[in-house]
Ligand binder design. Sequence first.
Ligand code: GUN
Length: 292
Amino acid sequence: MTIIDGKTMAQKVREDTQQRTAALKKKGVTPCLAVVLVGEDPSSLSYVTGKEKALAEVGIDSRDIRLTANTTEEVILSLIARLNADKGVHGILVQLPLPRHIRESVVIDAIAPKKDVDGFHPISVGNMVLGKKGFLPCTPNGIVYMLKEIERKLAFSLSGAHAVIVGRSNIVGRPLGILLSQKSVNATITICHTGTRNLSEMTLQADILIAAAGKPALITGDMVKNGAVVIDVGVNRVSVPTAKKGYRLCGDVDFDSTAKKASFITPVPGGVGPMTIAMLLRNVVDAAEMGT
Ligand code: GUN
């Protein structure tokens, strides 16, 4: 069993974006991402901080916009309109989830597709489904990158493999199914969700098992086929009063029992997370190269 080191894998992408950023700066363009965080959700705050740190490390500017949880939808929409029109801003990222009184789809729809570096806008999603050029969502794209790297380095073939995805979110599960079923990857896809009758019957068939359900330790070793590649997208905070921060990060996969079965497995943290960030950096540089 091999643990997939997402940090090392992301490094090559980060170096590439750093070089492209330096080249843009020589032409007088500094790539810039507007990062909008509404409210004080601790996980979202931690994600946003991690993204901004990575942006700074490769030389990309960020506009850090923090709004209180009671901000109205109207205020957010007028902020997005201003960012859409701002020639100094190449990408716009609104961290999700948003507070319940704000309609996420209305906010996402308001982002100019050419600045939609999260790949969440219906135009980006449509382009992805049709296999056309456009921004790809960062976590699914990072997972495809990881799987292709494993394939390139090792005796493992994605073409014809059965990928079972647990979770159907707009951010991960559903777009990942689209990307993995494209000809360029050529996997066979099953998407499981809370309505799936016998989950382990499905997961046991997986050559590639992707857990993206947001449920700590949902996948245990007895649900995994021998030799499967296991990708854990979960980042769950599990309360541990004796831990320094009062919690521990736990994936959707029970690592110890699953590692006994898997050929490759991503850890949490240090697996999918760094790849998501690397793909975001790449999308921002793509946006800056295209101009505003
Ligand atoms: N919340 C969880 N993942 C993401 C992401 O990739 N982008 C945004 N904007 N919010 C998220």
